[in-house]
Design a protein around this ligand. Structure first.
Ligand code: G1P
Length: 303
């Protein structure tokens, strides 16, 4: 059922332990790691709000309380301080945040299942809280929602091409008819690796799902990594004849994720370079630093 033919609810799973980022995430949520000045989860929420989402449920767990504080409207800042007051703006736009907990780390599928009461009988977005997608003309979530509604799909999923060697790090989709757009899915498999990957199109942190997925999640048994995988529930939905679609990121779109130290470091530097105030100065600094690291006869920009 799709009241008003639009999608206004989103779930942000943010309960992962962040163990690949210790000690940075020993006591804080990886979703609160900043890319430049903004925590990555704020960038995710900005994308959702720009895509028409007005109710956001964040699935938290241990170490995640700062996320709840973060999305409160800004109060008590020194008078006259210039801030980007998105908190009050979103409040006026009717954007509402709520929180629930995944009390045991049982996987992404189990985290989404915690949203059952929130979702009710409406189609909804799932946006992973550790991954921002930037640089597109239109937010990827908005494009997913459009295709999802146009096709009356059961699932619509953002994808991105990856190297074959990386197919052990992502859900990988198989297309039914690669020549015809939008891409309809034949199958999806979690982290198959190069030997078994049906393509190199990787699931990329954004989904639009029909509430039917919840009953599939309830019967999904632990899969890859002994966790309940959202991918496996979507696979079961497809096997029952449901229609699902894959929407690719555009060439200009970049996935900035904090899932591991390498991707976090790159995402942080990209975000700083994009900053309107310090970006160009910082780019010059990086050039001077690179020149110094290549040849220590060049001046050290930090001396
Ligand atoms: C999750 C999903 C996977 C997807 C990835 C990136 O994996 O299970 O299918 O490709 O996010 O969006 P994780 O990175 O949490 O192991």
């Amino acid at each position: 059922m799709r009241p008003n033919n639009k999608i206004t609810k989103a779930v942000i799973p943010a309960a992962g332990l962040g163990s690949r980022l210790y000690p940075a995430t020993k006591v804080q949520a990886k979703e609160m790691l900043p890319l430049g000045l903004k925590p990555v989860i704020q960038m995710v929420a900005e994308e959702l709000v720009a895509s028409g989402i007005r109710q956001i449920l964040i699935v938290t767990g241990r170490k995640k309380r700062a996320i709840e504080d973060h999305f409160d409207p800004n109060e008590g800042l020194p008078e006259g301080q210039q801030i980007d007051d998105w908190g009050h703006q979103w409040e006026q736009m009717g954007v509402r945040f709520s929180y629930t907990r995944q009390s045991r780390p049982r996987g992404l599928g189990d985290a989404v299942l915690q949203a059952q009461d929130f979702v009710g009988d409406e189609d909804f977005v799932v946006a992973l809280g550790d991954c921002a997608i930037v640089g597109g003309l239109q937010p990827i979530t908005e494009r997913l929602i459009q295709t999802h509604l146009q096709q009356a799909a059961a699932a619509s999923i953002a994808v991105q091409r990856v190297d074959a060697a990386q197919t052990n790090r992502y859900g990988i989709v198989q297309l039914a008819e690669p020549q015809s757009q939008p891409w309809r899915l034949a199958d999806i498999v979690e982290k198959p690796g190069p030997q078994h990957a049906p393509s190199n199109l990787a699931v990329c942190a954004r989904y639009v799902l029909s509430p039917a997925i919840l009953s599939y999640l309830k019967t999904t048994t632990p899969g890859y990594g002994s966790e309940i995988q959202l991918t496996d529930a979507i696979r079961a939905l497809l096997a029952d004849g449901a229609q699902a679609y894959a929407i690719p990121l555009s060439e200009k779109e970049l996935r900035l994720d904090v899932g591991n130290f390498n991707s976090y470091a790159r995402g942080f530097v990209r975000a700083v370079l994009d900053d309107p105030e310090i970006g160009s100065q910082f780019a010059q600094y990086l050039q001077r630093l690179a020149a110094y690291l290549e040849n220590s006869d060049n001046p050290d920009p930090d001396q």
